[in-house]
Design a protein around this ligand. Structure first.
Ligand code: ADP
Ligand code: ADP
Ligand code: MG
Length: 661
């Protein structure tokens, strides 16, 4: 076994790898950009090496600097995590040339699967069923349109180098093909430096079911069962689970055999995932799944498979990379119970799931951090007080739960989500909670279009209860601190206050609330028409009673915000400062401002030219989506302040307009 490894990644996956290395007595070296000097993965590692400024192209993607760091610290092997350099065969070659071990497959295996078109051709030769389509070299749009018609609409266009849901377009009818192809090409070029696309038949009611595989350097290959990743938004996974609902031994056997076949065909070593698209319209069938792609790395959602197999996949990766044979054979492997993973992100669900930033002034996860003592596991790369910045993926944590049955695990998921309290940035927690209650999902009947179909219901805001607003008002007015209803009252010499009144002005989602609070003594408050009894029962915990019904809530104060957590919902109130309110004028129509952090993929604006209102001027890519920014009014472009490829922050001015005269 290695005595020291370097982790060429950041965030939760770097922390997760370090945790296993530490348990195995392997020393660790972290690398970091200037944005991550104080990051959790740096604090966890035995040593850490700075590699450059925040942009990934100048830090986490610099293979040479990372290899130098490994050599300088005496690390013998490099774990790439996922993303970044993990699927870059040139990096694997460079690591080997430096006399180091890459913890992952060989460069040739990565190359074989790196481009979706070549991978599909290879798999078809190995008799693995593939999605019918066109993977030809002729990229003439007319030829491709003919191919699409031959395959039959709807079709999926994919950038062959794509990943993470980028560079894909679903096309319903021939007339939309050309525009979609152009979009997929542009995304392929911008993100992966490769515009070549393939076309696939769009599978109706599709389910995404993937098989985890592991190979070693002795020719052993096993599969570790399946994961169902059908809950997706814009081709990105949201909640994953294992095993797949409705899976039968026969289908699992067939998919497992196909996955092992795929891995064998390329001499696969280490952890990998073979992704299949599955026809979910009837029950699962042995002839109803098709190879989509293979991810030649540890997958984001690997913990659900760890939960049901009881194995630590990072440990297996290290063992295999160190030349040991896999410690398990196919027959040794068993599944226990059911597991879910939910990806918790800093994102603004109400505004189209925009990526968000912020300092996580409050961060509370359910107690268990591993499955050792609890059925809940939280993999996170941030701690309370850390910042979600504009530079990297805005993931806050992965929440993984394990239970004896799917129903039990789902109950754990709901509870655990309700126990995740984040203040300082908006999150998708409420959305995840709504999803965990969605009837089709609860019944195990989902396909990849479920979220899109149910989106309105999933993001609908239920009415806010007077108890919640009442608690926010009382906390905002500092009344519980002053009068200490609850355990503090005895200490501070509580006295009856008569019916003193206080006024608070709070803002909740653009709505201004004028609240008058009458303190009736003994923790009883009249707020508007509601009479509430509020008891503080812990650091952030409160019991709020109305009409004899007590509900447990949490409230935290961060700056001028009061965030109330209740039953999986997060309510963020802000105290209104009259001075700041005056500055809240309408949108500045003399400029285009970045509505979120992202990178500029297209600039069609030219300084000095006249534009009319709503002319598309700049395309910003953020969170794997394109956003077209348009002229706010008629005018002349005075200045274009960004260029293609620039990384911009939320609120940055991108373009200035002047009037015609
Ligand atoms: P997976 O395929 O492992 O389930 P996704 O498809 O959601 O994960 O991830 C999309 C792509 O983005 C993958 O190639 C993954 O390696 C990459 N990725 C995801 N999260 C991060 C991150 N925090 N940093 C860098 N790359 C990431
Ligand atoms: P990426 O490399 O971005 O992960 P994939 O090829 O794995 O790209 O596709 C991502 C997702 O898009 C899949 O999980 C699935 O939901 C959907 N998808 C891909 N191909 C098809 C298809 N042919 N029919 C239906 N859905 C598809
Ligand atoms: Mg995929």
């Amino acid at each position: 076994m290695f005595s020291k490894i370097l982790i060429a990644n950041r965030g939760e996956i770097a922390c997760r790898v370090i945790a296993t290395a530490r348990r195995m007595g392997v020393r660790t070296v972290a690398v970091y950009s200037d944005a991550d000097v104080g990051a959790k993965h740096v604090a966890m590692a035995d040593e850490a090496v700075r590699i450059g400024p925040p942009p990934v192209a100048e830090s986490y993607l610099l293979s040479e600097r990372i290899i130098e760091a490994a050599l300088a610290t005496g690390a013998q092997a490099i774990h790439p995590g996922y993303g970044f350099l993990s699927e870059n065969p040139d990096f694997v070659d460079a690591v080997a040339a430096a006399g180091l071990v890459f913890i992952g497959p060989t460069a040739s295996a990565i190359r074989a699967m790196g481009l979706k078109d070549a991978a599909k051709d290879l798999m078809a030769k190995a008799n693995v069923p593939v999605v019918p389509g066109y993977t030809g070299a002729d990229q003439d749009p007319v030829v491709m349109a003919q191919e699409a018609a031959r395959i039959g609409y709807p079709v999926m266009i994919k950038a062959r180098a794509g990943g993470g849901g980028k560079g894909m377009r679903l096309v319903q009818q021939a007339q939309d093909f050309a525009v979609a192809l152009e979009g997929a090409r542009r995304e392929g070029q911008a993100n992966f430096g490769d515009p070549v696309c393939l076309i696939e038949k769009y599978i109706q009611s599709p389910r995404h079911i993937e098989m985890q595989v592991f190979g070693d350097s002795h020719g052993n290959v096993v599969h570790l069962f399946e994961r169902d990743c059908s809950l997706q938004r814009r081709h990105q996974k949201v909640i994953e689970e294992a095993p797949a609902p409705g899976m039968t031994d026969a289908v699992r056997g067939a998919m497992g055999a196909a996955a092992v076949e795929a891995a064998r065909a390329i001499g696969y070593q280490g952890a990998g995932t073979v992704e299949f698209i599955v026809d979910g319209s009837g029950g699962l069938r042995t002839d109803g799944f098709w190879f989509m792609e293979m991810n030649t790395r540890l997958q984001v959602e690997h913990p659900v498979s760890e939960a049901i197999t009881g194995l630590d996949f990072v440990e297996l990766q290290l063992r295999v990379a160190a030349g040991e044979p896999l410690p398990v054979t196919q027959d040794d492997l068993t599944m226990t119970g059911h597991a879910f993973e939910a990806r918790i992100y800093a994102e603004d669900v109400a505004r189209g799931f925009r990526p968000a930033t912020g300092v996580l002034q409050h961060l509370d996860f359910p107690a268990g951090l591993t499955f050792a003592r609890s059925s809940v596991r939280v993999d996170s790369g941030v701690r309370r007080g850390d910042e979600i910045g504009p530079w990297y993926d805005p993931m806050i944590a992965k929440l993984i739960v394990h239970g004896p049955t799917r129903d039990a695990a789902l109950r754990q998921l709901r509870n655990a989500l309700a126990d995740c309290h984040v203040a300082g940035s908006v999150t998708n927690l409420e959305f995840l909670h709504a999803l965990a209650d969605e009837p089709s999902f609860v019944a195990g009947q989902m396909d990849t279009t479920l979220i899109e179909r149910q989106l309105e219901t999933l993001i609908a805001q239920a009415e806010v209860s007077p108890c919640v607003t009442g608690l926010a008002a009382v906390v905002a007015a500092g009344l519980l601190d002053k009068h200490g209803a609850g355990p503090w009252s005895n200490l501070s010499g509580w006295r009856h206050w008569g019916s003193a009144q206080e006024y608070v002005q709070l803002m909740l989602d653009d709505e201004v609330l004028d609240l008058s609070i009458t303190h009736c003594g003994d923790g009883v408050f009249a707020i508007g028409d509601a009479e509430l009894s509020i008891k503080r029962c812990g650091d952030t915990a409160y019991g709020v009673t109305q009409n004899g019904l007590q509900r447990q809530m949490h409230a935290v104060v961060t700056g001028s915000d009061i965030t109330v957590f209740e039953g999986g919902r997060t309510h963020r109130y802000s105290r209104i400062d009259p001075l700041l309110a005056a500055q809240h004028t309408g949108a500045d129509s003399d400029s285009i401002v970045a509505p979120m952090p992202g990178s500029v993929t297209q600039v069609s604006a030219v300084a000095g030219t006249s534009v009319v209102k709503d002319t598309p001027l700049i395309v910003l890519e953020a969170m794997k989506m394109e956003h077209t920014l348009r002229a706010p009014r008629d005018g002349v472009i005075a200045e274009v302040l960004v260029a293609r490829g620039d990384q911009v922050i939320d609120g940055q001015v991108l373009l200035a307009l002047v009037s015609e005269e």
